[in-house]
Design a protein around this ligand. Structure first.
Ligand SMILES: NC(=[NH2+])NCCC[C@H](N)C(=O)O
Length: 563
């Protein structure tokens, strides 16, 4: 049983006639300063009922509470404060972590039910943007989090590999492109053709018609169109793969928009059956006014389907294929309306599981305050950011630890870790301005700082050659270690909170907090000194190392043993 429940039950014995156990539990607070103990019950809400000053009520309650080994009670002002038994909790917490290792915090509540996660999903023939990086790393972390809770994540890279832009690209390629140039530098060249198409189309609108015609050919299975499209797709994927390899993110499926080209009839037939399609100037729409949303455009007047039509088909497919518990879509906040419409159309179709579709939005990355736009060629190339970060960390390692073996690999883990951590440490909905120096900073609240703390604890354990032995006493009762132990004890509930909110930043903030608290402890305490608490202190170091490593893993970041 956790301590809060224990304390609440003790309070209920005294206050049962005035408050329910639930009310008591909900009002218990965690004091901000450690002099006020570990848990506190505010007495002032009782002043009215009891017609007494809150200080006196607190005193009365404290006097009446049954004595326990688990805590000491002390009234402080209008609060009843509880000081938990540090030695007991330290023994229990450290024993549990040492026993469970990386499985500390694992749960089974997911019962293996599936959670498909739509993540990354870049668009073919365009560079992967910082937005796609965000989706990739947030989605990857969410997959690891739900897996930790016992669900089965299924990562889907829903590639943007279909739509009128491919008609435009074919036109651009045939008019101004060359095979050689595409082979040498696929995405750069395809982007150049795309940008050129839009520039030229401004003065020559007939290009747009040509583009549409080629997309129509593609949809109808024209051999030349299909061949070019496949080639563009493969070459683009090869380039994306380089980034995924650096990030070490894998996918269970690359079924993108094109996969649904032959599965569009299903949503359209269902909509027709329910008389939900309304003809509007030749196009077909679904009225969503009762949801306070604009109508969803399902089919254009020329018969072409749209982004939302493909998402309807893919949602139906995912429900059928995976019978999901939740279907998660990690996509930028600017697509919120789209996902509201998607859910509303599914609701209209009578699918109650529409409520299990979860759009997990995230904020925009800007550059000098401005939006990054592919069309205008204004982009930050992800691969360059990653290799810059790796180079900088290699420089640091060569400075600080020139004899380290495996420098290159450690530099990769630290550089890439820095980029991922930078992205995950803020609430995902926050917008932020991209700044390379900021991303590769190694001090302060950064990934490398946490990695460094992990490596430091590894080094202490290496030097002392410490191994856990069954039956060791892990009882610590000093104020410094207590701050660390409380955090270690919290880890399982932190994971739950992060998963429930689909918010990896909860984990990132936690590992920063744990690293800082441990470093403070380390500065104040002589860990290696031959007394009867040395084993317990080393068990604490061992546990901090274990939890930091597991926390970083849940973010998709490595924890090197040395750096
Ligand atoms: N099922 C989805 N709509 N997933 C998100 C796709 C993201 C889209 N390719 C984009 O880059 O904006």
């Amino acid at each position: 049983m956790n301590e809060k429940t224990l304390v609440a039950q003790a309070l209920e014995k005294v206050l049962g006639e005035h408050l329910t156990l639930e009310e008591i539990t909900n009002s218990i607070e965690r004091p901000k300063v450690s002099e006020h103990g570990d848990l506190a019950f505010p007495a002032f809400p009782l002043a009215k009922i009891m017609r007494k000053a809150p200080q006196m009520i607190a005193q009365d309650i404290a006097d009446q509470i049954e004595a326990s080994d688990a805590y000491q009670v002390q009234p402080i002002g209008p609060y009843v404060n509880f000081f938990l038994n540090k030695a007991e909790i330290s023994q229990a917490t450290l024993t549990e972590i040492i026993e469970k290792q990386s499985h500390y915090g694992d749960q089974t509540i997911g019962e293996n039910r599936m959670i498909p996660i739509d993540l990354s999903s870049p668009n073919i023939a365009k560079p992967m943007s910082m937005g796609h990086l965000r989706s990739t790393v947030i989605g990857n972390s969410i997959a690891l989090l739900v897996e930790k809770l016992g669900y089965q994540p299924y990562k889907i890279n829903y590639l943007g590999d279909w739509g009128t832009q491919f008609g435009k690209l074919i036109v651009g390629y045939k008019k101004w492109g060359s095979e050689q140039a595409v082979i040498e530098n696929p995405i750069k060249e395809l982007l150049r053709l795309y940008v050129e198409f839009h520039e030229k189309a401004e003065t020559d609108p007939s290009l747009e018609d040509e583009g549409r015609a080629w997309f129509k050919k593609l949809e109808d299975g024209d051999e030349e169109a299909l061949h070019l499209w496949k080639w563009f797709r493969e070459e683009s994927l090869k380039e994306f793969q380089r980034v995924y390899d650096l990030l070490e993110v894998t996918f269970d499926s690359y079924n993108g928009e094109s996969f649904y080209n032959d599965k569009m009839n299903k949503p359209i037939e269902l909509l027709e059956e329910k008389n939900l399609l309304i003809s509007d100037q030749g196009a077909d729409i679904v009225d969503l006014s009762k949801y306070d949303l604009n109508p969803a455009l399902i089919r254009k007047s020329d018969g072409a389907t749209l982004y939302i039509t493909r998402d309807l088909a893919s949602a139906l497919y995912r429900k059928e294929e995976y019978n999901f518990d939740k279907a998660v879509y990690v996509v930028g906040n600017e697509q919120s309306i789209h996902f509201k419409q998607l859910k509303a159309v599914l609701k209209e179709l009578g699918f109650n599981w529409a409520d299990d579709i979860v759009h997990v939005p995230f904020g925009l990355i800007t550059k000098d305050g401005k939006k990054l736009s592919t069309r205008k060629g204004k982009i930050v190339l992800l691969e360059e950011v990653l290799s810059e970060a790796i180079n900088l960390s290699l420089g640091q390692i060569e400075d600080k630890n020139p004899s380290l073996e495996n420098k290159e690999e450690t530099a990769r883990q630290v550089g890439v870790g820095a980029v991922i951590f930078h992205d995950l440490k803020n609430d995902r909905l926050n917008n932020f301005d991209f700044n390379l120096e900021e991303v590769v900073r190694f001090e302060g609240e950064t990934g490398p700082y946490v990695q460094y703390t992990h490596a430091r604890s590894a080094s202490i354990l290496r030097k002392t050659n410490w191994q856990p032995v069954e039956g060791q006493s892990y009882e610590l009762n000093d104020a410094e270690s207590w701050e660390v132990i409380k955090l270690l004890k919290d880890f399982p509930s932190v994971i739950e909170r992060a998963a429930a909110k689909y918010e990896p930043s909860v984990i990132a903030k936690y590992v920063i907090d744990l690293a800082q608290t441990f470093n403070k402890y380390y500065a104040h305490t002589k860990i290696v000194s031959d007394d009867d608490q040395q084993d317990a202190r080393l068990a604490l170091v061992y546990s901090v190392k274990t939890v930091l490593k597991e926390g970083l893993r849940l973010l998709g970041v490595h924890a090197p043993e040395e750096m």
